[in-house]
Design a protein around this ligand. Sequence first.
Ligand code: ZN
Length: 198
Amino acid sequence: MYEGPVQDLIDELGRLPGVGPKSAQRIAFHLLAADPADVTRLQEVLQRVKEGVRFCDVCGNVSEEERCRICRDARRDPTVVCVVEEPKDVLAVERTREFKGRYHVLGGALDPLSGVGPDQLRIRELLARIGTEDVREVILATDPNTEGEATATYLGRMLRDFPGLSVTRLASGLPMGGDLEFADELTLGRALSGRRAV
Ligand SMILES: [Zn+2]
């Protein structure tokens, strides 16, 4: 245990995902030794991200405006919507350069044991979009793990009755149990282009 603010900093850093006690300590001492200007910049960026970043009204991706860059981009095909769990998954799919449609970010996956049901996800918004926009294909790109599969199955059932809508799921080949973001671009790109109807 260190005294006062140093220990507070280590404790706060240790609460971040993927940062264990040792890393927290290393980052804390790095910041202590860093140029004050660097620390100020980090501080400002943290503040700006909480004040200035919001979620896109249409797709739920992180955005600086009411609608995100992808929803505003007229070159993106609005008839194909790729459904993902988190904003980081949008980045993963974008990195493949295989996808030219739009996205819908659910904000997680169904996980009844943790209290996440359909109402906790942006499913109602997805159904509303499909009802009002000219969407012809929905690609279910939830994570290849238990919760992601359960979510895809649930959505597949919900979307079955929309006339003229095809619902597809990423092809197998993604590492099971993993997170979309951990798949390399090539594998994810192949899973995307090899998607099949559900
Ligand atoms: Zn958007």
